[in-house]
Design a protein around this ligand. Structure first.
Ligand SMILES: Cc1cc2nc3c(=O)[nH]c(=O)nc-3n(C[C@H](O)[C@H](O)[C@H](O)COP(=O)(O)OP(=O)(O)OC[C@H]3O[C@@H](n4cnc5c(N)ncnc54)[C@H](O)[C@@H]3O)c2cc1C
Length: 380
């Protein structure tokens, strides 16, 4: 990979991890990011609302990249148990020790992880960080781009890691299939009266699931998926929002105080191709945005990066990119189809569908099915 010149647009969690992994394998990397992560004063006691559950396999990989010493430890929380419950009360749970692990994964604040990746990147000589700059023009034939401040750069590989509205994808003419979910995702960080277990859980209802991500022993992120109009009107009424959250979550976790809340639109988008012109590649949300109910979005993005780095080590770039596209598009499509099936099954008011989803939980409790599901949860 030495001598390979890689230009990456977008330094979020996926783009920054791609920059770090490729640079550590000897590539010359230029990273463009209009909004680089700010310094962390280290004094804010409360987590930001944008949090990701990162599976054990991806977390180990991030630690191998060296982020362990850079990430603020108060913004990482190991979880050992994961459970899902149907509206009819069927429950399926996984424990880390069933997979011989000490944890299933970690909850990590997106900002803290991005900042840790950038701190590592700043220490590397073969990384050029272009902060505040964006990509204005692309000439795929000459493999050159023009930046917002007028510089022209050339590349061997151009990686679009610039999220769901990727400018690289627009300039290169990538096409997507997808739709807008008519749902929004409401997030509320809360301080709890009683300590909770290091367990993440989700309960399914026809209007969409609700879930908890543990952040510390006495802080959690509460998640509620609902119809766009319902969530929007809840957000306009602070007292109503708190009363609604209490009614939903207090039976599980007792009393709590809401620290902050916000909601996010949800969309499903999948690029028809991941590679164009033999040198332009999409990764992360630029290639696929997925319903967050199973906490897979950035995990799929990290899996894209790991795959790309692996194939580039073993093949010429053109063979590598072919392999990358085939492997990752297939894997990501599988996960997206699974999310669609779950969405449809759980939300359906059709008794046959409700029976089928309840039965699927029972099937999933069979030891070999459970072992398979557990492997998916930890990212193996
Ligand atoms: C409510 C919610 C909860 C979620 N929870 C989880 C979870 O628990 N686990 C999980 O795995 N995933 C989760 N996800 C998904 C996860 O947040 C995304 O998959 C992840 O952020 C994608 O990372 P990314 O780096 O590909 O894109 P982004 O995070 O969108 O980053 C893109 C980067 O590109 C930059 N950029 C944008 N435009 C340009 C441009 N023109 N030029 C240069 N740079 C540009 C942006 O500033 C940004 O830094 C969740 C998503 C939501 C909405």
């Amino acid at each position: 990979m030495k001598q390979l010149s890689v230009l990456i647009n977008g330094g979020g969690m996926v783009g920054a991890s791609a920059a770090l992994a490729l640079a550590q394998h000897g590539a010359n990397v230029t990273l463009l990011e209009p909004f680089p992560p700010g310094k962390d004063s280290g004094t804010d006691p409360d987590w930001d609302l944008r949090i990701s559950s990162v599976n054990n396999s991806n977390w180990e990989w991030l630690l191998e990249l060296g982020i362990g010493v850079c990430v603020r430890q108060q913004r990482v929380f190991d979880y050992q148990k994961l459970s899902v419950t149907s509206q009819s009360g069927h429950n399926l749970s996984f424990q880390a020790n069933e997979a011989g692990l000490s944890k299933l994964g970690v909850m990590v604040e997106n900002n803290a992880l991005q900042l840790a990746l950038w701190t590592k990147l700043r220490s590397l000589k073969n990384v050029d960080l272009r902060e505040g700059e964006t990509l204005d023009k692309l000439n795929a034939g000459t493999k050159t781009v023009v930046l917002s401040q007028g510089d022209t750069l050339s590349y061997d590989l151009l990686l679009g890691c610039d999220g769901a509205n990727s400018i690289v994808a627009q300039l290169a003419g990538f096409h997507y299939r997808g739709w807008d979910y008519e749902q929004r995702c409401l997030l509320a960080n809360v301080s709890l009266e009683k300590p909770i277990e290091p367990e993440t859980w989700e309960v399914f209802r026809p209007q969409g699931p609700y879930a908890l991500l543990p952040l510390t022993e006495q802080q959690a992120c509460l998640i509620d998926y609902g119809l766009r109009d319902n969530i929007n009107s809840l957000q306009r009424d602070k007292a109503g929002l708190e009363a609604y959250l209490r009614e939903t979550f207090s039976p599980h976790i007792g009393n709590f105080r809401v620290l902050k809340s916000a909601s996010f639109a949800l969309q499903r988008k999948h690029a028809a191709h991941y590679v164009k012109e033999g040198s332009i590649v999409l990764l992360g949300d630029a290639a696929h945005s997925i319903h967050p109910m199973a906490g897979q979005g950035v995990n799929l993005g990290f899996a894209d990066v790991r795959c790309l780095v692996e194939v580039l080590q073993e093949n010429t770039p053109s063979v590598a990119l072919d392999k990358y596209e085939k492997t990752r598009q297939g894997e990501n499509a599988k996960m997206m189809r699974m999310m669609d099936a779950i969405q449809f099954g759980w939300r359906s008011r059709n008794p046959v569908m409700q029976f089928a989803t309840a039965a699927s939980l029972k099937v999933a409790a069979f030891p070999w099915v459970k072992r398979w599901l557990l492997k998916q949860a930890v990212g193996e």
